[in-house]
Design a protein around this ligand. Structure first.
Ligand code: PGA
Length: 248
């Protein structure tokens, strides 16, 4: 199981320090569950300082597809790696929506991350309109397909997160059955690619009270947590729920 916090563009030096310290002090090494936080890039050094002697991993929320050069404002995977970054989100719906990232662009970012030894957490998910038009499967398969094509055998080293857009930050979680149905489709596609072992996370309004039902599903191997990862107690409670689910 993998539980990843996505702080998005939240936090500041002081509140980060408290949250990171709480995670560092309270999360005990567990073979069955990895806990990680994806912080805004300027705070990667702070996360590294706070977490490097413990078991909580840290990650970034985006990465450039380019290795280096005249790309003002971008941050390369090698730069992220300099701060001990283990994970990076790629293709979060907010990047696709507000920054026009295409699935091909997302695939190139995943490739860049792997090249630097960082695990990309590739995010896929449909909008409400697409779900209502019965396009959920087609949308997520096309988003995943572009990444599989670009990565080839390296796809084994990625993590995949299913995040229905209508569920992100809305308090409207997909039901465990809705989430499992999409995860099963994704798993089948991964299996066809020889990558059935890729961890599949669910994201979208995950909180301490709904996480157990989601993690009890056979094809859900963890959670990508936005809002609830900003409260250390809630995030730790989600980690504990993953421990219980992994023990079943
Ligand atoms: P949320 O965000 O948990 O606040 O819905 C999840 C995400 O966007 O990764």
């Amino acid at each position: 199981m993998l539980v990843v916090g996505n702080w998005k563009m939240h936090g500041d030096w002081g509140s980060n320090a408290q949250r990171l310290q709480a995670l560092h002090q309270q999360w005990v090494a567990q073979p069955s569950v990895t806990l990680a936080v994806c912080v805004p890039s300027p705070y990667l050094g702070q996360a590294q300082q706070a977490l490097q002697h413990g078991v909580v991993a840290w990650g970034a929320q985006d990465v450039s597809a380019h290795a280096g050069g005249a790309y003002t404002g971008e941050v390369s995977a090698a730069m992220l790696a300099d701060f001990g970054t283990r994970y990076v989100l790629v293709g979060h719906s907010e990047r696709r929506q507000y920054h026009g990232e295409t699935s091909e662009h997302v695939a190139a970012k995943a490739q860049a991350a792997l090249h630097a030894g960082i695990t990309p957490i590739v995010c896929v998910g449909e909008s409400l309109a697409q779900r209502q038009a019965q396009q959920t499967e087609a949308v997520v398969l096309s988003q995943l397909g572009a990444v599989l094509e670009a990565l080839g055998e390296q796809a084994l080293a990625m993590v995949l997160a299913y995040e229905p857009i209508w569920s992100i930050g809305t308090g409207q979680t997909a039901t465990a059955e809705q989430a499992q149905a999409v995860h099963a489709v994704l798993r089948t596609r991964l299996r066809q690619h020889g990558a059935a072992t890729v961890p599949l996370l669910y994201g979208g309004s995950v909180n301490p009270s709904n996480v157990a039902g989601l993690l009890a599903q056979p094809d859900i191997n963890g959670a990508l947590v936005g809002g609830a990862s900003l409260k250390a107690d809630d995030f730790l409670a989600i980690g504990q729920a993953a421990l219980s689910a992994a023990a079943l």
